[in-house]
Design a protein around this ligand. Structure first.
Ligand code: S3P
Length: 450
């Protein structure tokens, strides 16, 4: 498959009003829970990124009828739930593409099914650690085979799982969710204890689908054997996707962007806290509740940013935003020190080293450490970087290019489609100038409006 490369020119004066891509975490979970609920779940604004479409495809392969309609201009999906015992054995491996979330959550669910399954992923996913889910699921009685703790996973038909009490060794919403999804069909109670708060969409949505779940401090508790009732889910815009436009508007001079209906679940808003400490002008307007999640419209204006210290607790609440926060730090005055970010090394790429390499190539002073990096604010030079096939690295450096001294070329941007399929179109609407090419394989396009 041919790849896709971006060339981004510096710009100022970004403006406009956008609704960025829908929330990826909520989209995956609403398909998964809708599939095993009783009745028909309707999901408005499901993210149609490749990661979520891989989840949709996996459930279709297990006999769940999932239909799309776009009656009101916005895609809506109906998931005809088959109930807790209604999934059918797929007739081949389930391919979860680039998505760690789909892979880990579905692995949890599959561990409790009365049929065997095999889960596979792309090259990047095949390098990501799965022992973190295999170990607790095995404690529950699941039988999972892997080659040295990485995909593919071969999951045997379950022979009755039992509930466990498990303290997560790493703060991970994906691991927490894998255990909770397995626990739905386990005997007795499961308690997951989090070392640090992580996103709670699984708990919130389980409750929204009528499943009894209780949360007390760091403990999430549920008993197996209940059922889920179909629900209507309206997916908010993803703060993790809004992050690119937030930082773009902050660092490009004379800019002001309004980002509509963005999810502001407190377990996700670490980026807003960090940027506020750096001096960002971000206003939250029209705060409201939408399907159990807090949302607001964000109004972001160009700001003079100053470096700050980012701790492990900050990182857990901004886990996917650290690349673009690093770009903000590089455009800020002074030094930013990021600690406790070792989890970034096992994302779609090793995000500490891909960010550090990219910043260095564009002339920014960076010191990499095992658990983070120190970034000295400066001026980006024009140049070329490699996103290493990581969607968030590609988008973060598209933002960096806004304030570079000339064009920045970013190689291997195809995976932007996993989380934010219309990124270049929306970027063009704001005044960003991104042209897209396939490195000579044929067919160039432009996402710029000039
Ligand atoms: C996600 C959790 C995070 C995040 C990922 C989405 C989720 O991973 O990086 O993009 O939807 O649960 P970890 O919780 O494993 O850090």
């Amino acid at each position: 498959m041919s790849d896709m490369h971006f060339t981004v020119l510096p710009s100022r004066g970004l403006s406009g009003r956008l609704r960025v891509a829908s929330d990826k975490s909520i989209s995956h979970r609403s398909v998964i829970l809708g599939a095993i609920a009783d009745g028909t779940t309707r999901i408005e604004n499901l993210l149609e990124g490749e990661d979520v479409l891989a989840t949709v495809d996996a459930f279709r392969k297990m006999g769940v009828e999932i239909d799309r309609d776009d009656r009101e201009g916005q895609p809506a999906y109906t998931v005809n739930g088959v109930g807790m015992d209604g999934l059918r054995p797929p007739d081949g491996p389930l391919d979860l593409g680039n998505s760690g979330t789909a892979f880990r959550l579905i692995a949890g669910l599959m561990s409790a099914q009365p049929f065997a399954s095999t889960l596979v992923g792309d090259e990047s996913l095949s390098k990501r650690p799965m022992s973190r889910i295999i170990e607790p699921l095995a404690k529950m009685g699941a039988r999972i085979d892997s080659s040295d703790g990485r995909p593919p996973l071969r999951i045997a038909a379950a022979d009755g799982l039992c509930g466990i009490r498990y303290r997560l060794p790493v703060a991970s919403a994906q691991v927490k969710s894998a255990i909770l999804l397995a626990a739905l069909k386990a005997d007795g109670e499961t308690v997951v204890v989090e070392p640090r708060a992580t996103r709670d969409h699984t708990e919130t949505l389980l409750a929204g689908f009528g499943y009894p779940v209780s949360v007390s401090g760091p403990e999430i508790r549920l008993e197996g054997g209940h059922s889920l009732t179909a629900a209507r889910v309206e997916v908010p815009a993803d703060l993790s996707s809004a992050a690119f436009f937030i930082v773009a508007a902050l660092i490009a001079p004379d800019s002001r962007l309004r980002l509509d209906s963005v999810g502001i679940n407190p377990r996700r808003t670490g980026i807003l806290d960090i940027l506020e400490r750096m001096g960002a002008d971000i206003r939250l307007e029209n705060r409201r509740w939408q399907g159990g999640e807090a949302v607001a419209d964000l109004v972001v204006s160009s700001s003079e940013l100053a470096g700050c210290d980012i701790s492990g607790a900050d990182v857990a609440l901004a886990i996917d935003e650290i690349p673009v926060i690093s770009v903000a730090a590089a455009a800020a005055k002074g030094e930013t020190v990021i600690h406790g970010a070792e989890e970034l090394r096992v994302k779609e790429s090793d995000r500490i080293s891909t960010v550090a390499q990219g910043l260095e190539r564009l002339g920014i002073g960076v010191r990499e450490r095992p658990d983070g990096m120190t970034i000295r604010g400066g001026r980006f030079h024009p140049g070329e970087i490699d996103s290493h096939g990581d969607h968030r690295i590609a988008m973060a450096f598209s933002v960096a290019a806004l304030v570079a001294g000339g064009p920045v070329r970013i190689r291997n941007c195809r995976n932007v489609a996993t989380s934010f399929p219309n990124f270049t179109d929306l970027a063009a609407e704001t005044g960003m100038r991104i042209s897209v090419d396939d490195g000579g394989a044929g067919g160039a396009g432009s996402g710029s409006r000039d």
